[in-house]
Design a protein. Structure first.
Length: 269
């Protein structure tokens, strides 16, 4: 397979890796070869100590239109299509989302066009979401197919938008524009299409300068907050500070503050 035909393309910009979904003629559906290739790239990057941030985006005019419905084949004898699909989700698709949520560095999704179906879960699995002005989010699951949103869409949307908006989007199947997504808090910002790549890389370079444990700690503290009372959360915060303040990153941050300079945190070890 030549690089142009690879379902996922990889670039490096110093400490920032960029992964591009590369089925542009079909707006980057989550075909099984693409999912497998993306998981392989993520596994290798997670082990690469020189990588400190990741940008996930799409080649062409779309980010990801979700499931590759056209490639669904009849299941083997004794298994329904639903059973086959659920098994594939458990073995491959769900693990892809878990991979993104467990990356040892910050992940930024640069949504460069239509983001539909399971592609919404893929985009929202990132720590930071940046959208192009022409981009939109679309949940066709129930209104078009009679199924529920998957790949974490329901988990992300309820937490980011609240239940009322998440349910309405899921039932009505209306497109949520990039600008509206940013206004509602689904994305960090909405930028002009021509500026998306440059601004995504600039944000990723900022993320790459964070302490090496930043992504994992911030994900954990907010996920803990979603399930605990205020008093429980404050106790959890105090416990994390007990450990983190004794790390060299805190000492460097204090020294940088006193010296009125930017902190220089050590790379991943």
């Amino acid at each position: 397979m030549t690089p142009d035909n690879d379902p996922v393309l990889e670039e490096r910009h110093g400490e920032v890796a960029v992964l591009r979904l590369n089925l542009p003629q079909r707006l980057n559906p989550l075909a099984q070869p693409l999912q497998q290739a993306l998981r392989a790239h993520l596994a290798r990057l997670a082990d690469d100590r020189s990588v400190r941030a990741l940008v996930l985006t799409g080649v062409g005019k779309g980010f990801c239109v979700g499931a590759d419905l056209g490639s669904m084949q009849a299941p083997p004898a004794g298994q329904s299509l639903g059973e086959q699909t659920a098994a594939t989700m458990e073995a491959l698709s769900n693990r892809l989302i878990e991979d993104l949520r467990q990356m040892p560095f910050p992940v930024l999704s640069a949504v460069n066009g239509p983001c539909a179906g399971a592609g919404v879960g893929l985009a929202l699995a990132a720590d930071v979401v940046l959208v192009a002005r022409s981009a939109y989010f679309y949940l066709p699951f129930m209104p078009r197919l009679g199924i529920v949103p998957d790949l974490g869409c329901t988990w992300f949307l309820e937490r980011l938008l609240g239940r009322s908006r998440a349910v309405a989007l899921s039932l009505l199947g209306e497109r949520l524009s990039g600008e509206q997504a940013a206004q509602w808090g689904l994305a960090w910002a909405c930028v002009d299409d021509a500026a998306l790549g440059e601004q995504a890389l600039a944000l990723a370079q900022r993320l790459a300068r964070l302490p090496a444990h930043a992504a994992r700690e911030i994900r954990s503290v907010y996920e803990h907050a979603a399930h605990h009372s205020l008093n429980e959360q404050m106790r959890y915060e105090a416990e994390r500070q007990r450990e983190l303040i004794d790390r060299p990153e805190f000492a460097e941050g204090v020294q940088a503050f006193l010296a009125k300079r930017e902190p220089a945190f050590a790379p991943r070890s």
